[in-house]
Design a binder for this molecule. Sequence first.
Ligand code: SER
Length: 336
Amino acid sequence: MRKKVTLITGACGEIGHALIDHLAEQKSGPIVTLDLQDMHDAQRKKVAHVKGSITDKALLEQLVSEYEFEQIIHLAALLSTRAEFSPSLAHRVNVEGTLLLLDIAAEQSEFRQKPVQFLFPSSIAAYGMPDLETKAAHPKVKEWEWNYPTTMYGANKLYCERLGIYYSEHFKQLAEEKPVMLDFRSVRFPGLISAFTVPSGGTSDYGPEMLHAAAQGKAYACFVRPDSAIPFMAMPDAIQALIGLAAAPADKLTQRVYNVTAFSLTAEGFRDEVAKHFPKADVTYEPHLKRQGIVDSWPVDTDDHKARKDWGWAPDYDQERCFAEYLVPNIRARYA
Ligand code: SER
């Protein structure tokens, strides 16, 4: 008998780091992780780690022969800035890698006659506001509005959401018998901020970078204008969102892709929060025109009332609490 596990891909990234700690603490069952990197020392004992790529079909097949995936939490991706430098690699990882995993989940769902749950973090990058006037006029976008991403990463996320829906609802639609299909669930995250890790390759990174620089007494040149506004969320809330959506009874869900948001902030507002706690913070603005363009195309905030209504989503950390109770004390301890 194969061992029943949760598979987490991209497990060494920021979300994975926080998620593994949370799941291990909850003793929620055996976890197999897959990442190009070695597992962090502190987490090595909490998981069975496999070093490798989600695009390696032979490796995935080998894993299937050893394990029964009850749940796949698919975090591996090239983020928005990185993907612009290597668009075809981004497509291979973000889309083709996802497709391989969806195929496995579909096959497993049929084999065990029970849906494999497939959790997928999507992003505000799935939106594309055409200009700043439109962005200001539509400050809280719904899931199906303004789905015109301008980045490779955003296009990849939006398409993979559609693929997930296809595999959950229409897979083998011309076959005589309807198969047991996988159960795809996705949250569209805003920019995430962790007290313990710094992101790499994203375009919302100016927020966390500014904060971590201030905490270390380093100067920071912000790569967007002071008035640039997007939503942000504390990492524990991101984990809470994934876990909350995973735990929701299927009959409560009226859609498969949900916005989740916590607070919207301009870069200047972010700087003000940082300066409140680190009065010596040295932040200047040196907008990078191209990365600025990406941030300008993301909405000021998203409308997450469906997540609130369907599965009781509510963030624990608003702007004030996020800085005062989560980020600042943990970051101070980290760099002390
Ligand atoms: N944080 C991501 C990025 O900047 C957006 O989901 O690419």
